[in-house]
Write a protein that binds this ligand. Sequence first.
Ligand code: GLA
Length: 379
Amino acid sequence: MQNQTSNPIKVISPGRVNLLGEHVDYNDGWVLPIAIDKAVTIEASPAADGLVRIFARDLDEKVAFNLNSLENKRDIDGNPLPGWATYPAGVAWSLQQHGLSVSGVDAVLHSDLPIGAGLSSSAAVEVGFAVLWEALGGWKLDRMTLARYCQQAEVEYVGVNCGLMDQFASANGVAGHALLLDTRTLEWRPVPVPAWTAIVIADSRVKHKLVDSAYNTRHDECSQAVRILQTKYPNITALRDVTPYELHTMLAQMPENVFKRARHIVSECQRVPRAAAMLDVGDSAGFGRLMFETHASLRDDYEVSCRELDILVDLAATIPGCLGARLTGAGFGGSTANLVLEKDADAFMDKLRQGYKKATGFEANIFLCKAEDGARVVE
Ligand code: GLA
């Protein structure tokens, strides 16, 4: 409904943790993220002069940009937009591309989501601003379309060739559930997270440079694998279509790195539907084993792990109550997701914190999270 007054609007937009299905959302595969109870909050009022002014409280930075010249990616003084501001500006641009009205706002942005920790703070910002402009604009989008417009902002405006998972999870979260999304058909369903388990995030606090370019390189390697496979299997359009057998018949035709990237995707596409079926019947131990398998595949074949993430996963595996652990999100630093028996969660977190400090000298940021509802207007 259109906001007829100038009362402030508050939007909460969650981050996400992906439980399984990593790097498959740009290969037409299945993903299994949850929206979490750590979120970006936007408090905003309509601005009569049509400008977007945002104060990023955690960064103590301000930006103002004009909705009539978004293509320039510049603020009202002609300076390039700071990185964080390209997300709301990109969403405004994408909504305009689809003929939706976007109005000026005075907004304060803050977050209890750690930034750059692989928990999709950028998608949370995108989805949060889309929900804000929807509330102000008098138009309504279904949540899948809203997520796709936000993804379009990130790909075409920000320049990261990402898939749909993060924006989808932030927009469609269901409390107490993971979200099984088929990124080809866009069909999805909530899958219950077993009540006796806890999800523990361990942010390594390590951030590697060039994450975006390494991400785009992985994307290109997957496309290269598809082109090579099509010379023998012309009907495939994405790595999701390939069986392990078919992939192995093309081993000699592929550069080694391309073969390894494809092997991760093909194996991950087999794991996710199996894992979701395990959650359906409450097989948390089986699910956890698949998380460890995914980590090994991301480390050895997709090569997106790093020493600190491997240490966190190896340590977790030795701590009582741990069912599964793996890096979550794009990798190259960031966080691990751990599935732990709820009764053991506190002791697990203490041991992981101490073990990581001893092994690396760094303090990990370790905390519990719950599956939450997606982005929403709260007042
Ligand atoms: C990032 C991208 C997602 C997805 C993950 C890896 O978070 O934004 O689309 O590809 O990496 O699974």
